[in-house]
Design a binder for this molecule. Structure first.
Ligand SMILES: *Cc1c(COP(=O)(O)O)cnc(C)c1O
Length: 395
């Protein structure tokens, strides 16, 4: 099939929920993708911060092939090795004592919201309110759009779930002022990914942790996008010298296989007991085997080190654009989640880059977002910037 044939077939039968670019991919390797007409692309998007190890990483391919040929799926009424292994790996490498597995970021956040409410009922005199932030993104289910501090995501779906209040991001005094006798938790992203790679000042997470300690609240971190090495540490909270009470993961956790996870401190996790929550596919054997390969490769394959070094190099190259192009206003981010805020719309630039064989993305309207696989090389970054600078010069 050609690009156009695939596009036409999708247009005929799929719900039109996505504004898609006119390209259909058929193959990938590392930071390279090929479309149905045979054109090659350099990938600085990683399929939305999912493919942190790139396409078809040998450790992921091996883990998935072996698992699918051994034991494909077992219900959560029974035990499996991959689920136990991945849970152990996540807990021993984080603050957490317990994990609940599901299939996506929204589901992980649903689990976090349910656990916070249950904990509020059990141990905080029935408190239920969760404070979230303006510009946040937590998913597309009813509870997670209710938690999301962006009007455009909630538009048309009223009545929403009660019990959320939105507070300005990176503003500790606004957060403190918003705490009421009903509040049980503060729920934030360490960097707002969909909101435009909004990077809070150092000390923000620490300040939130102190507020939570002082007011006996839970700190919930949505690390669906910032987790799994994206910022140069396995989890973004590690940069700030604090630990959350609950953390959610998904996107890159499964190496491209759908999986989500909610991690919690033991005392908090206790509020989930028999029958409190569940998922048919949560902790699927293939997804967990793949996730185990991902975590091991991130930790022992030099990937975090590469992310930190290449992140610094990438950020320096972005900084240099500020001097060259007057419409590049600010660059920001950490590790390999980077943004360039423009004084104009980002969409025409993303389209022009695609035509030239470079995949980037725009978010929040005027922010170019760069979230390449964490295995990206210096030569690949240079190649991408040759294209990007050519495109920017033509704007
Ligand atoms: C992508 C994302 C989600 C939603 O994840 P899905 O797997 O699409 O449900 C939630 N929170 C953050 C921070 C995300 O980036």
């Amino acid at each position: 099939m050609t690009n156009q044939e695939i596009i036409d077939l999708n247009a005929k039968y799929l719900c039109t929920t996505y504004a898609r670019f006119p390209v259909a991919f058929v193959r990938g390797q590392g930071c390279r993708l090929w479309d149905a007409d045979g054109k090659a692309y350099l990938d600085f998007f990683a399929s939305l911060a999912v493919m942190n190890l790139g396409q078809c990483h040998p450790a992921v391919v091996k883990a998935v092939q072996e698992q699918v040929a051994t034991l494909t799926h077992i219900s959560n009424l029974h035990h499996t090795i991959p689920q136990a292994r991945l849970a152990e790996l996540l807990c021993t490498n984080s603050f957490a004592d317990k994990v609940f597995f599901c299939n996506s970021g929204a589901e992980a956040n649903e689990a976090a919201i349910k656990l916070a409410r249950k904990f509020g009922g059990d141990k905080r005199e029935g408190r239920y309110e969760i404070l979230t932030t303006l510009g946040s993104f937590h998913g597309r289910t009813m509870a997670t759009i209710s938690a999301t501090g962006q009007e455009k995501v909630r538009q048309g779906f009223a009545p929403l779930l009660e019990g959320f209040r939105y507070v300005p991001y990176d503003d500790l005094s606004a957060m403190e002022a918003a705490i009421s006798e009903r509040t049980v938790a503060i729920f934030v992203e360490p960097i707002q990914g969909e909101g435009g790679v909004v990077t809070p000042r150092p000390g923000y997470l620490k300040g939130l942790r102190e507020l939570c300690n002082h007011h006996r609240l839970l700190l919930l971190l949505d690390e669906v996008q910032t987790g799994m090495g994206r910022t140069g540490k396995l989890f973004a909270y590690e940069h700030e010298g604090i630990t959350p009470d609950i953390m959610t993961l998904a996107k890159a956790l499964g190496g491209g296989i759908p999986i989500g996870a909610m991690l919690a401190r033991g005392e908090v996790a206790e509020s989930f007991n028999l029958g409190s929550h569940g998922s048919t596919f949560g902790g699927n054997a293939i997804a967990c085997a793949s996730g185990t390969a991902v975590v091991n490769t991130l930790l022992h394959g030099g990937v975090l080190e590469n992310c930190r070094a290449m992140g610094e190099y990438f950020l320096n190259r972005l900084q240099a654009l500020k001097g060259k192009f007057s419409f590049v206003k600010e660059v920001r981010g950490k590790g390999l989640i980077l943004g360039a805020e423009l004084e104009r719309e980002g969409a025409p630039i993303v389209e022009a880059c695609l035509k030239e064989g470079l995949l980037i993305n725009t978010t929040g309207g005027k922010v170019l977002r760069f979230i390449p696989p964490l295995i990206v090389t210096k030569a690949e970054i240079d190649e991408g910037f040759t294209i990007l600078e050519k495109v920017l010069a033509q704007q």
